[in-house]
Design a protein around this ligand. Structure first.
Ligand SMILES: [Zn+2]
Length: 347
């Protein structure tokens, strides 16, 4: 049996016990250890994604865990192996897949949104989604690999080069991870964030952070860049004002990398794009290479994952944690502890 956190209706989560299913051919059954709560999970919780998410739905796609059972035909994996999951299933036949972009397959199954996720004691996934974790990497920290892979992909899409100046608009978990990955790539980075708690945490990680409320961000950028403007801006805030800032700070031939989900069309200063010959590039999810690099960055401490984890709660307290996260931005990452021990044993 497996205890699971399920989305049942807008603003309603429950915990339910279900039989665990044996892995089929090519599948593995995992015991998830830690599962991060992500902004997308909060959108689901809000009811914003009811058109896509079939309730009751088990949430969770940022995870670490160990293999419990392997299905027929699965080689290379053994019970006990420490793993994370790249939660994508693609059809390999659509135009996107055929052009080599399987991660944005036109019929993508994002596991944890379109199909059952990791916030449960047992979780069956295709063996092809697994990545091996080094023994030296604690499993709580490994739950940060998936959001780090997002950041690796974003920095790659923006083609950040050593010595470039980059502005990250939005200093939540993904924005901070982008800043850290860009810094590791040799960029000089500034973060723009409204929330004082998040600014403080980013500063503690050695990042220079500006407040759009208190600081004149375009003026600071001009001063910082000798009036040139930044080479790269990442829009991670999802807000109209964030888009304006990201456009305003760019110098000639600057690249704006769009990371946040903007559910509605936004007004954009296209004259600026014309005048400065700017480029806009979208960045969604990650590929396997991004994920492998993310494992390395978390394992070698380039990403100080322990500093980003605000709280760890057992499965049964996950619904309350979602409520708390809705309250505001005074936390970074909350992990759900799915281990049998945290629930007082296997159900
Ligand atoms: Zn496809």
């Amino acid at each position: 049996m497996t205890l699971a956190v399920r989305y049942t209706a807008a603003r309603t989560l429950d915990t339910a016990v279900a039989p665990s299913t044996p892995p089929g051919p090519g599948e593995v059954e995992l015991a998830p250890a830690y599962v991060g709560i992500c902004g997308t999970d909060l959108h689901i919780f809000h009811g914003d994604m009811d058109a896509r998410v079939a309730a009751p739905a088990v949430l969770g796609h940022e995870m670490s865990g160990r293999i419990v059972r392997v299905g027929p035909g699965v080689e290379d994996w053994q019970p006990g192996d420490a793993v994370t999951v790249m939660p994508l299933r693609w059809d390999d036949t659509c135009p996107a897949c055929r052009s080599g972009h399987q991660h944005i397959c036109q019929h993508l199954d994002f596991i944890g949104i379109d199909s059952p996720g990791a916030m449960q004691q047992r979780w069956t996934v295709p063996a092809s989604t697994l990545l091996r974790l080094p023994d030296s990497l604690p499993l709580d920290l490994a739950a940060l690999v998936e959001p780090t892979a997002v950041a690796v992909h974003d920095v790659g899409r923006a083609q950040v080069a050593e010595g470039e100046k980059a502005v990250v608009v939005g200093g939540g978990p993904v924005g901070v991870l982008i800043a850290l990955v860009a810094r590791a790539a040799g960029a000089d980075v500034r973060v723009v964030e409204l929330n004082a708690h998040r600014r403080l945490l980013a500063e503690e990680l050695g990042l220079t952070v500006w407040s759009p409320g208190d600081d004149d961000v375009p003026a600071l950028v001009r001063e910082w860049t000798g009036d040139a403007g930044a080479d790269v801006a990442f829009e991670v805030s999802g807000a109209a004002g964030g888009v304006d800032t990201a456009v305003d700070v760019l110098g000639v031939r600057g690249r704006l990398c769009l990371v946040a989900i903007h559910p509605r069309p936004r007004e954009v200063n296209l004259h600026r794009f014309f005048w400065r010959e700017l480029t806009l590039v979208g960045a969604r999810l990650y590929d396997r290479g991004d994920f492998e690099k993310a494992v390395t960055l978390v394992a070698d401490g380039t990403i100080p994952a322990e500093r980003l984890i605000s709280k760890v709660v057992p499965l049964t307290q996950a619904p309350a944690a979602f409520e708390a996260l809705e309250g505001g931005g005074d936390v970074m990452k909350i992990l759900v502890d799915c281990t049998d021990d945290a629930q007082g044993g296997a159900v």
